[in-house]
Design a protein around this ligand. Structure first.
Ligand code: SF4
Length: 453
């Protein structure tokens, strides 16, 4: 393993990070706590892996049910926001052109809203404000009010032009604000049961939420809504009456958890349903909050006993393998625990748009010498591969091809092959690592790539 350390102002720096971004990476040193710089503009000219605020809002709100999504902007923004987490959604676009940029697009927006309302008279319409109307200053609020008045259908602006903020997380917060202001708590007559909860920051990637819901159901817990995996106009209206908010992703669920505690007095817990140990800990935490400790222990005992032999086998196969993680947001801390549960060594945990809290969470679980990096770019991933020679990398599609070109097995996260959540999902997680590692092609490719490096 490369253990070259660079010291700047007393802090240990990560050797594969661009010198001009030195503050965005640290090597964990238990004796000298520090966090990487984050939530800042990407250095101009650097090929960042981030996306825009509009995409962040689309990413957050895409699974919403009983809602029509209208993208107010050039048609390419709608194309960009049509596929989210590898699922395709139906979106409409006002298809703004040069004419509306010069003369204004408000009239076209109103006309589009009325057309949509005629065809889809139920639910609500979300209007995403992109860069072009953000620049020209279309009065989207007024168009929505007029359409709502004419049709009696709620038309709600999502004010998320791409230029807002430093990355997509601004859009997540804008989307959460829209849910809080216009959807959560509208049913004042709603009543709740003693074991009702919401899950915040869960998106049902390849069926993750279904696994989580089944596990909790076996304990007697009822999930009113998962935001936004299962969010609908109807269940969000009742979401303010639950006993507990369970946060699965702090970056996208944290704002709603804080605000729902402030407005409705709902307590929240942060858990992870990835990995055997973390899933058991999550069930115990939820069980303790809802007075369902016995039910939680029963489920944990059943599941862990069926996993024990397999876990041993997985560890024999994977122990000592070295992995680099390049994820989107806040799961860098909880996901590295899954690799460590298998005896693997995590070399780097990188996040595209993590915030201070996310890095603090990750820091507390990381071992001395591991790199923690913010907003990694392609060049840095390439240098990481050359310097550290990992056995496997996990990350998004943008890192995949760099890794593949240089002969490093790769697993995609968020995953594409099945749920990773819960006990059964952990088997899928391990299977994907083993399939990637054992593919014979890597030996051949690695041999050739040595000459390229
Ligand atoms: S940056 Fe602006 S123009 Fe580009 S996709 Fe985002 S909203 Fe559309």
């Amino acid at each position: 393993m490369c253990n070259k350390k660079i010291s700047l102002n007393g802090l240990t720096r990560v050797p594969f990070i661009d010198p001009q971004r030195a503050a965005h990476g640290i090597l964990i040193d238990a004796a000298a706590p520090a966090l990487p710089a984050c939530d800042q503009r990407t250095v101009p000219g650097v090929m960042s892996q981030r996306s825009c605020a509009y995409y962040g809002a689309r990413w957050f709100l895409a699974p919403m049910k009983q809602v029509i999504h209208l993208v107010h902007g050039p048609v390419s923004c709608a194309f960009y926001g049509e596929t989210v987490r590898k699922k395709r959604y139906t979106v409409f676009s006002t298809d703004l052109t040069e004419k509306e940029v010069i003369f204004g697009g408000e009239a076209k927006l109103l006309q589009n809203l009325l057309e949509i309302g005629e065809r889809f008279p139920d639910g609500a319409i979300l209007v995403y404000v992109t860069c072009a109307p953000g620049f020209t200053g279309d009065d989207v609020d007024r168009a929505c009010r007029n359409a709502e008045h004419a049709m009696g259908i709620r038309c709600l602006p999502v004010n998320c032009p791409g230029f807002l903020g430093h990355h997509q997380s601004t859009g997540h917060e804008i989307g959460a604000g829209v849910l809080l202001e216009h959807f959560v708590g509208r049913d004042e007559e709603a009543v709740s049961g003693p074991y009702d909860i919401n899950i915040l920051g869960e998106y049902d990637v390849m069926g993750d939420f279904k696994v989580i819901k089944r596990l909790l159901g076996r304990m007697g817990v009822n999930v009113v809504t998962a935001i936004t995996a299962d969010a609908s106009v109807d269940n969000l209206a009742r979401a303010h009456r639950v006993q507990l908010n369970v946060m699965h992703c702090r970056r996208t669920g944290g704002l709603m958890a804080e605000e729902m505690q402030r407005r409705y007095g709902i307590p929240h817990v942060k858990v992870s349903f990835f990995g055997v140990a973390q899933t058991s800990a999550a069930l115990r935490q939820i069980g303790a909050r809802l007075n369902l400790q016995e039910a939680a222990e029963r489920v944990i005992t059943e599941e862990e006993s069926t996993m024990a032999a397999d876990l041993e086998r997985y560890r024999r196969e994977l122990s000592g393998k070295r992995v680099g993680l390049f994820f989107g947001g806040s799961r860098i801390g909880s996901m590295q625990n899954c690799y460590r549960e298998l005896g693997m060594e995590v070399l780097v945990a990188g996040s595209q748009f993590g915030g201070k809290e996310d890095y603090r969470d990750a820091w507390s679980t990381m071992r001395t010498g591991t790199a923690l990096v913010d907003d990694t770019n392609e060049e840095e991933v390439l240098r990481f591969i050359r310097q550290y020679r990992p056995d496997v990398i996990a990350g998004g599609m943008r890192e995949k091809f760099i890794a593949n070109k240089f002969g490093v097995p790769f697993t995609v996260f968020p995953q594409e092959s099945g749920p990773y959540a819960g006990y059964s999902g952990f088997r899928n997680f391990v299977r994907d690592i083993l399939v990637a590692l054992k593919a014979p092609v890597w030996q051949i490719v690695r041999g050739e790539s040595e000459t390229l490096a």
